[in-house]
Structure formats: C-alpha cells, structure tokens
Design a protein around this ligand. Structure first.
Ligand code: NAG
Ligand code: NAG
Ligand code: NAG
Ligand code: NAG
Ligand code: NAG
Ligand code: NAG
Length: 296
C-alpha cells in the first residue's frame, strides 16, 4: 500500500492554528456579530486524520452556533482541514506528500509550509448578548432564574447578572375579568381583588367573602337557566383563563362559609414560574384575570 511506504516513523503533530480567545476584539457593529457567535472547531468522533504523516491527510471538524436563535450564524458548521504535517521517515530520508517539502519548524522536521487554517472572524459583541431567561424556579424559599451569556465561551464575558433571585412569587397579579367575562351566562362580576401572595412560597390566596362585605352581596341563590332557584347559595369566582375562555367556580357554599359572620373562604392558586401565570388549584387552569361575582 502506498501510504505504508511513508509510515516508518511519524511525527503525529497536528497543527491547529486556533484563535486566541483573550485577544478577540469588539465587533464593529452593535447587536449581533456579523456571523453570529460560533463555538470552537471541534474534532468529530469520526474525524481521525486519514494519513499519519506527510501533510496530505484531512481531518473532519464541526462547530456549533452558540447564539441561535438570538443571533443566527452564517458560514459552514463543518470543514475538512489538513492534518499530521510531521515528515514521514523513509529509511534514510525525510519525505513529504507533494506539494509539501521537508523543513525544520521549531526544531522538528515537518512538511511545510504548513497552510494557515482560516478561522472564523469571531469578535466580542459590543453589548451583553444573553439567551432568554429560563423559567423561575422555587428552591428553598427563593425564586430564581438564569440566562446564558452567549459569547462567554469564546472569551467575551457579560457584565450584567446571569441569575436573578427573589422571595416574591414571579407570577403577575391577575387582572380584572369584569369586562372581559361580562357575557358569561350564570354570573356577574361584583368585585375585583388582588391575590394575597405568600413570599417564599408558590401559593397565593384570593380571600372570597360571603355576605355583607362593603355593602355587596356575593352570596346569592343559584338559579338554573329558567331562573328557578336552586337551594344552593354560593360565592362565585369568575375567571378569564389563559386560553381566553371565561369559566366560573363556586368556591364555597355561603351558609357553610368559615370565619364567623363574614363567611370567608380562600380560593387558592399556584404560581407557574415558566409562564408567569397563576394556576387555579381547583381546575388546574392558568388564569389571567379574575372577579368575585354573584349569580344572575
Ligand atoms: C483533532 O484531532 C487530531 C487528530 O486528527 C488531534 O491531533 C488534535 O489534537 C485534535 N484537535 C483538537 C482541537 O482536539
Ligand atoms: C482523506 O479524506 C478526504 C475526505 O474524505 C479525502 O478527500 C482525501 O482524499 C483522503 N486522503 C487520503 C490520503 O486518503
Ligand atoms: C433565525 O433563524 C430562524 C430559522 O431560520 C428564524 O426563524 C429566526 O427568525 C432567525 N432569527 C433572527 C434573529 O434572525
Ligand atoms: C386565607 O388567606 C389569607 C391571606 O393569605 C390567610 O391569612 C388566611 O389564613 C387564609 N385562610 C385560610 C382559612 O386558609
Ligand atoms: C353545609 O353544612 C351542612 C350542615 O352542616 C351540611 O349538611 C352540608 O353538607 C354542607 N354543605 C357543604 C357544601 O359543605
Ligand atoms: C406552566 O407554563 C408552561 C409554559 O407556558 C407550560 O408549558 C406548562 O404546562 C405550565 N404548567 C402547568 C402546570 O400548567
């Protein structure tokens, strides 16, 4: 075999002219770097140099776009490069694969001149480039979320924080559903009220009052669709779900409400740290607006 003629002794030197990451300059343009942010070229698992010396072998490399989809990359994600430029030792003579010639580089017989590998024109973004935040997660009694500094692995650290932490639940207060849900058939909105948040926890309460609060009567006899009265007297919660649908729930029967004369009971919610919406515990549905109502 032809290659075996070359292989008596080989310098298994692989020349990889890498970018010195500490020396990356700031990009000329603000925003995304012109070609996006590429990771380092990496040897593929299958990328064994197909010659052991002489300089004519090729090796396969791949790289990953680090900044997609924030900044899309342009350019190839794989390439072949020359490899194993060590001179082959023929019994008495150094040999190289044409067009390379044996020469001493840094005290070692190499096949040269070794071609320069053209590197991507990586540069540091002028301002911090981050991936989107992860969802909030509750751990212990702290909510936290993180984001990735996109160009950090090519030597461009970010200055702004990569993590945020707080004790307050990250879900936003549901809005007022009075207007949006005014056409639901069974109830009418009476009073919008904020949830009572519990710091360091994922739960919140909507304190549902029964009769005689603020001059409002939230407890009324439930009527069927022909206005015939049921025996059930309930406190109604009207909700605009994240899907856009309006739903209702009878949180408690007024005569059985707790807390003395005010007949009070809580509707409970759990924060979804990914969507930022409160989930009504009883239905498991995400809710973006609420109103305490009464039957029509
Ligand atoms: C890539 O593979 C070659 C062998 O083909 C090896 O000599 C070289 O060190 C590898 N380069 C990197 C950056 O891992
Ligand atoms: C090495 O592999 C590359 C890509 O498959 C091919 O083009 C080249 O001819 C091969 N070289 C040798 C010496 O086998
Ligand atoms: C990146 O590419 C994807 C898929 O081609 C596209 O949907 C997206 O809008 C692009 N993003 C930017 C910032 O150009
Ligand atoms: C209802 O919620 C309020 C506010 O979070 C809380 O102080 C109260 O203990 C709750 N009542 C019940 C019966 O859970
Ligand atoms: C309300 O209380 C009455 C009397 O204690 C009981 O029979 C009834 O089942 C209760 N209703 C509900 C919905 O808890
Ligand atoms: C929380 O929000 C995410 C993102 O919108 C959603 O995929 C997930 O199903 C939600 N979890 C629950 C329990 O609703």
């Amino acid at each position: 075999m032809k290659t075996q003629q070359y292989i008596l002794f080989c310098f298994l030197t692989f020349y990889f002219i890498g970018v010195s990451f500490a020396q990356l300059a700031k990009c000329a343009e603000p925003g995304c770097p012109a070609n996006g942010v590429w990771g380092e070229w990496k040897n593929d698992t299958k990328s064994i140099c197909n010659m052991t010396c002489g300089g004519c072998g090729t090796s396969f490399q791949t790289r990953e776009c680090l900044s997609t989809p924030v900044c899309n990359c342009t350019g190839n994600s794989h390439r072949y490069i020359g490899c194993n430029f060590g001179a082959c030792e023929y019994p008495t003579q150094k040999t190289c694969c044409p067009p390379y010639l044996p020469m001493v580089i840094n005290g070692v017989y190499m096949c040269g001149p070794v071609p320069k590998t053209i590197e991507s024109t990586a540069c540091c973004p002028q301002t911090d480039l981050f991936s989107p935040w992860t969802g909030w997660q509750l751990s212990g009694n702290m909510w936290s979320r993180t984001r990735k500094c996109i160009a950090e692995s090519i030597g461009c650290p970010c200055t702004a924080a990569q993590t945020q932490a707080q004790t307050q639940p990250p879900c936003s207060q549901p809005g007022d559903a009075t207007e949006y849900c005014k056409n639901i058939p069974v109830g009418r909105g009476v009073k919008h009220q904020d949830l009572v948040l519990n710091n360091g926890e994922d739960s919140a309460d909507l304190v549902m009052f029964g009769e005689n609060q603020d001059g409002n009567t939230y407890c009324q006899l439930l009527t069927d669709e022909y206005s015939a009265e049921n025996r059930f007297e309930g406190a109604l919660l009207i909700m605009r779900e994240a899907s856009g649908v309006c739903t209702t729930d009878t949180v408690f029967e007024c005569v059985n409400g707790t807390d003395g004369d005010t007949k009070r009971r809580n509707a409970t919610f759990t924060c979804n740290g990914t969507s930022g919406n409160w989930i009504y515990d009883y239905t498991g549905k995400e809710v973006i607006a609420t109103v305490i109502g009464s039957w029509v």
